[in-house]
Design a protein around this ligand. Structure first.
Ligand SMILES: *Cc1c(COP(=O)(O)O)cnc(C)c1O
Length: 383
């Protein structure tokens, strides 16, 4: 087929149904467009999804992480353990609350925190662990929580990418300590922008509400007080309505993503790319929601670099993205003492990974097209 006639396949694209679009119009006409009844419904639906645990919505997954840390009591002088293979917000918020991120390298197979290295990173100043479920693949929750419990550490799960994932049949969000979700447009479920924090009890939920909106509490018609230094992190009702409209589709979304991921394995498991040494993700179809399909390029065997590879995909009408360069090598982190060689697996992964298109509106033919393109590029630029 002539390349020009094939529509561009983006890296990601949200699926929003007509009922939701109409529902958003209703909210806009209702006279109440910021945090209100739609948020209450969204929080109730999320709470039900999380086995009845208290849930509070926020305007981003970054806000939920930061407030999760505050609720866990993380403050100046504390250390918080996480990995460098994540979106930089994960560790920026650790600095934001006055604490210090302590990175642990990833396991190159799962690309999540290497639990064999976790205990060695714990010091008397360690207050919490922020495990990242990269691409929606949870870490081994039994092992993680065994260490957290034994060492009396709080856990704030960065489950931004893991809405709809599970661990041994139990939903992420329904188990664990504090859990943080994001509803950014690229995530498996979106609220345009937004996040949700899953909490342990009503005290934490009240604190979350305070942090979410200036620390203010109101009583009666005219009583107002501020007893916590909160911020401005509330979610609009327009956003909450979009999020509500996603939840009925969640199971189909996850099933479709798993199906597409299987098609990727079939298309890339053999052929020119495989021969060249292209790396594939951990093949888990039970726990992961397949938020991303991240390959790693065998750059030593290629005559183009990663940017060249992504440009070749684009020339073939295919979008791609990058999740993530190792964050300890960003300027801000280098200025705080991190250097090359500290976390070799995260560095190698960050330097070679590419995220291929994966979203619910794709079909198997789209995956075949991407796989053909990847194999063709590897054939042409392999050495
Ligand atoms: C998206 C994401 C975040 C931040 O969520 P926002 O809603 O974009 O603020 C944090 N951590 C990870 C791993 C993410 O993927």
């Amino acid at each position: 087929m002539n390349q020009q006639t094939v529509p561009f396949l983006p890296f990601s694209r949200p699926e929003i149904d007509e009922e939701t679009i109409l529902g958003v119009s209703d909210v806009l006409r209702s006279g109440w467009i910021t945090t209100g009844p739609q948020n209450q419904k969204f929080e109730a639906a999320l709470s039900e999804f999380c086995g009845g645990r208290p849930v509070r919505t926020f305007n981003s997954g970054t806000a939920t992480l930061e407030i999760g840390l505050r609720i866990a009591g993380v403050r100046e002088g504390d250390e918080v353990i996480t990995t460098p293979a994540t979106w930089v917000s994960t560790s920026n918020v650790i600095y934001e609350v006055g604490a210090t991120p302590v990175f642990v390298d990833i396991d190159p197979t799962t690309r999540n925190i290497d639990l064999n290295l976790l205990e060695k990173a714990i010091t008397p100043r360690t207050k919490a662990i922020v495990p990242v479920f990269l691409a929606g693949l949870p870490v081994d929750m039994d092992r993680l929580y065994a260490v957290a419990r034994a060492r009396k550490l709080r856990v704030i799960e960065d489950a931004a990418q893991a809405f709809g994932s599970s661990w041994n049949g139990k939903r992420i969000g329904a188990i664990g300590d504090i859990v943080s979700f994001s509803f950014h447009p690229n995530k498996n479920v979106t609220a345009i922008e937004g996040g949700a924090l899953v909490l342990n009890n009503e005290d934490e939920a009240v604190l979350a509400q305070k942090y979410r909106l200036q620390g203010v509490t109101r009583t009666g018609f005219d009583g107002m007080d501020c007893d916590v230094l909160g911020g401005k992190y509330n979610l609009t009702d327009v956003a909450a309505r979009v999020g509500l409209g996603q939840l009925p589709h969640l199971e189909r979304f996850t099933a479709q993503r798993r199906k597409l991921a299987r098609a990727y394995f079939a298309g890339l498991g053999a052929g020119a790319a495989a021969k060249l040494g292209l790396g594939l993700p951990h093949a888990d179809f039970e726990n992961s929601n397949w938020h991303l399909f991240q390959i790693t390029l065998p750059l030593a065997n290629m005559t183009i670099d990663r940017a060249g590879f992504m440009a070749q995909l684009k020339e073939r009408g295919i979008g791609s993205s990058l999740h993530y360069p190792a964050i300890h090598l960003f300027s801000l982190y280098r200025a705080r003492g991190f250097t090359e060689g500290m976390f070799p697996h995260a560095e190698r992964f960050g330097a070679t990974t590419v995220s291929l298109p994966l979203f619910t509106l794709m079909n198997d033919d789209d995956v075949s097209r991407v796989c053909r393109a990847v194999n063709e590029i590897c054939e042409r630029y392999g050495n």
